[in-house]
Design a protein around this ligand. Structure first.
Ligand SMILES: Nc1nc2c(ncn2[C@@H]2O[C@H](COP(=O)(O)OP(=O)(O)OP(=O)(O)O)[C@@H](O)[C@H]2O)c(=O)[nH]1
Ligand SMILES: [Mg+2]
Length: 187
């Protein structure tokens, strides 16, 4: 994501969590905030409730940047996206689901609002056993398809794989899901 603002000397990046209801959006942003706070040896900042209670605004920092991360609900995202200029979005997908209408709706709204880039987390990837290869393949293909039909070429999104719940619960040193997400957000 490219930074569009700056605060306290650090470039500031504003992103939103998108994805279907219950896909793990809130778990993912909480995991990111906790992971970066643990790494920096600081406390996790309390999220602020905004937009009439629909959105929670998390703030976290890497060494290079400050992130404002808006945690959106699964529904009614179109109007919210119109109100905020975003530097990018984090799309959270439950690999067990058929990538329902919400994701298609969110991507169309994001594209219309001019959201420039996406980082995608294929969530619950780690929770599936080897017998679920078809499920994983289908989720991967569906995401690429939906991105493409909404005008997001391969240069405008990256896909990571992991578990938001695991990322929220394990120690920072072996938190591969959070590590991958931060690396992609920092690009
Ligand atoms: N097993 C497992 N459960 C997960 C994972 N990520 C999230 N969950 C669980 O899924 C449920 C929904 O997670 P949330 O983060 O609240 O999902 P959300 O997308 O924010 O939901 P809404 O805001 O209601 O749309 C919670 O019970 C989480 O603990 C994961 O990687 N593995
Ligand atoms: Mg949520």
């Amino acid at each position: 994501m490219a930074a569009s603002g700056s605060e306290a000397g650090k470039p500031e990046v504003t992103i939103a969590s998108l994805g279907g209801a219950g896909y793990g959006k809130t778990t993912t942003v909480r995991a990111l905030a906790r992971y970066l706070a643990l790494q920096a040896g600081t406390e996790t900042e309390e999220a602020e409730v905004i937009a009439g209670g629909n959105v929670r605004r998390f703030v976290y920092e890497t060494a290079r940047r400050r992130y404002i991360h808006l945690d959106c609900p699964g529904e009614g995202v179109g109007d919210l996206l119109k109100s905020w200029p975003l530097d990018g979005a984090l799309l959270v997908v439950d690999v067990r689901d058929d990538i329902d209408g919400h994701v298609a709706e969110h991507l169309a709204a994001a594209s219309a609002a001019g959201v420039p880039r996406f980082v995608v987390l294929l969530n619950l990837w780690n929770d599936l056993g080897n017998e679920s290869l078809d499920l994983r393949r289908r989720a991967h293909e569906n995401v690429h398809y939906l991105m493409r039909i909404n005008g997001y070429g391969e240069d405008r999104f990256t896909v990571t794989y992991g578990s938001a719940l695991e990322a929220l619960e394990i120690e920072a040193e072996c938190n591969y899901t959070a590590e991958d997400l931060v690396r992609e957000l920092e690009q």
